[in-house]
Design a protein around this ligand. Structure first.
Ligand SMILES: O=C(O)C1=C[C@@H](OP(=O)(O)O)[C@@H](O)[C@H](O)C1
Ligand SMILES: C=C(OP(=O)(O)O)C(=O)O
Length: 449
């Protein structure tokens, strides 16, 4: 995807009335990536139902195919992955195009680092600005070699180690991608790979590696630090996986239903893994009516249907400790805060500056353009809400710049649904990276479908 204005797809999102009825969001992006990767490393056939068919996951699938796996979508929507076995990845014939996806890039760099192959990683303009040094640094210690653009940026070449050395690594940033890259590198490494995680991040890799039969243990220290140990030269067994709905996608509809008057919406099948679900707790603390219905287990992850009703929200100080458990949900939380009574303060969001865009600055500019009262700090935003009044929206000649960032486009679309004159975003194309049916579900929930 490029910034070429001729290819951008702008759209004005305007008030369409309340969100009602029932919707179902697509499969979780993090679990979908890992289903393909681990399936491709197992010996035999893994079956995946509910896979997110977003561009990011399709980039992962294309890369795993290029390294030898057979990955096919069946007519009934189920995906079959025939794996090559740990150690069996083949040298890709061309560069691996990671598109817009940080998760694909960092996790696959981990996999390639301990296979005796060389791979070149390329990506779009957004991904090519993102820091890869955070995985290059630890993975270099396995014996892999990296050649990258200055600052550890894409394009980059990974020459995997022929005799990889196991890592013991303490994470300097709270990042599930860095953790997962090291664990995946550990799969084809003799001995024990150890990741020390002072601040817990999403634990899908740990859960799924165990599910695929890897010998992985997690020790919890008294201060909350997690010590994750993985026995190398693992043999993964194929699995049948049902991917739960993505809480990060449900987040947009939860906020829309809270701030659009008269809404009463059921969002079905939402994954509520505690390392992911903090947004819903924060919105409840703000006074949001979010009920969990039929809590159950899907594919080893807690899931519920969420009933969300329009609510008067109150600003709060968001505890920085919850940031990793809602790291992708801040853009849409900011939109909720812009409609609350009083002030919302967020801190500890430095990581947002290195996502698909700098989500602190980009959301400050976007919300200001829509008429909100926002102050940017070094590590967060302070937002004075409207006490339930609609934001004016963007002027007829103004467009929110989304910078190839799907979550900016969707958060500001939600702002548009609750605005007086609509919010125009400059490009809706990036939405397809994580939530291809987003616009269709808006139409369904607002009765326009
Ligand atoms: O491991 C994952 O699947 C992800 C981890 C997070 O990134 P970081 O590890 O950079 O925080 C998150 O922002 C991303 O959307 C998905
Ligand atoms: C940060 C995100 O994804 P990634 O890092 O995989 O590009 C996201 O989906 O918000």
């Amino acid at each position: 995807m490029s910034h070429d204005p001729a290819q951008m797809r702008p759209r004005r999102f305007s008030a369409q009335g309340p969100l009602t009825g029932r919707i179902r969001v697509p499969g979780d992006k993090s679990i979908s990536h890992r289903s393909i990767m681990l399936g491709a490393l197992a010996v035999g056939e893994t079956r995946v139902t509910g896979l997110l068919e977003g561009e990011d996951v399709l980039s992962t699938a294309a890369a795993m195919r290029a390294m030898g796996a057979t990955i096919e979508r069946q007519a009934n929507g189920e995906w079959l992955v025939a794996g090559v076995g740990v150690g069996g990845l083949l040298q890709p014939g061309t560069a691996l195009d990671m598109g817009n996806s940080g998760t694909s890039t960092r996790l696959l760099m981990g996999l390639v680092a301990t296979h005796p192959i060389t791979a070149c990683f390329v990506g779009d303009a957004s991904l090519s600005k993102r820091p890869m040094g955070r995985v290059i640094d630890p993975l270099t210690q396995t014996g892999a070699r990296f050649t990258s653009y200055p600052g550890g940026r894409l394009p980059l070449i990974v020459e995997g180690a022929t005799t990889p050395v196991p890592l013991t690594y303490r994470l300097p940033v709270a990042s599930a991608q860095v953790k997962s890259a090291i664990l995946l590198a550990g799969l084809n490494t003799p001995g024990t790979t150890t990741v020390i995680e002072p601040v817990p991040t999403r634990d899908h890799s740990e859960r799924m590696l165990r599910g695929f039969g890897a010998d992985l243990s997690v020790e919890l220290e008294s201060d909350g630090t997690r010590i994750i140990r993985l026995a190398g030269e693992a043999e993964l067994k194929p699995q049948t996986i049902t991917v739960p709905g993505d809480p990060s996608s449900a987040a947009f509809f939860a906020v829309a239903a809270l701030i659009v008057p008269g809404s009463d919406l059921i969002i079905e099948n939402v994954g509520l893994n505690p390392t992911r679900a903090a947004l819903f707790d924060v919105l409840r603390q703000m006074g949001g009516a979010i009920e969990e219905l039929d809590r159950r287990d899907v594919g080893g992850e807690p899931v519920a249907d969420l009933r969300v009703r329009a609510s008067a929200l109150t600003g709060i100080e968001v505890d920085p400790a919850v940031v990793p458990a809602m790291v992708d949900e801040f853009p849409v939380l900011f939109v909720a805060a812009a409609h609350a009574r009083g002030r919302t303060v967020t801190r500890g969001l430095e990581e947002l500056r290195v996502k698909e865009s700098d989500r602190i600055t980009v959301m400050r500019v976007a919300l200001e353009l829509a008429g909100a009262n926002v102050t940017e700090t070094e590590d967060g935003l302070i937002i004075e809400g409207t006490d339930g009044a609609p934001l004016p929206g963007t002027a007829p000649d103004a467009r929110v710049a989304t910078h190839l960032d799907h979550r900016i486009a969707m958060a500001m679309a939600v702002a548009g649904l609750a605005s007086a004159q609509g919010v125009e975003v400059d490009d809706t194309r990036p939405i397809a990276t994580s939530f291809p049916v987003f616009e269709a579900l808006i139409a369904t929930a607002t009765g326009q479908a």
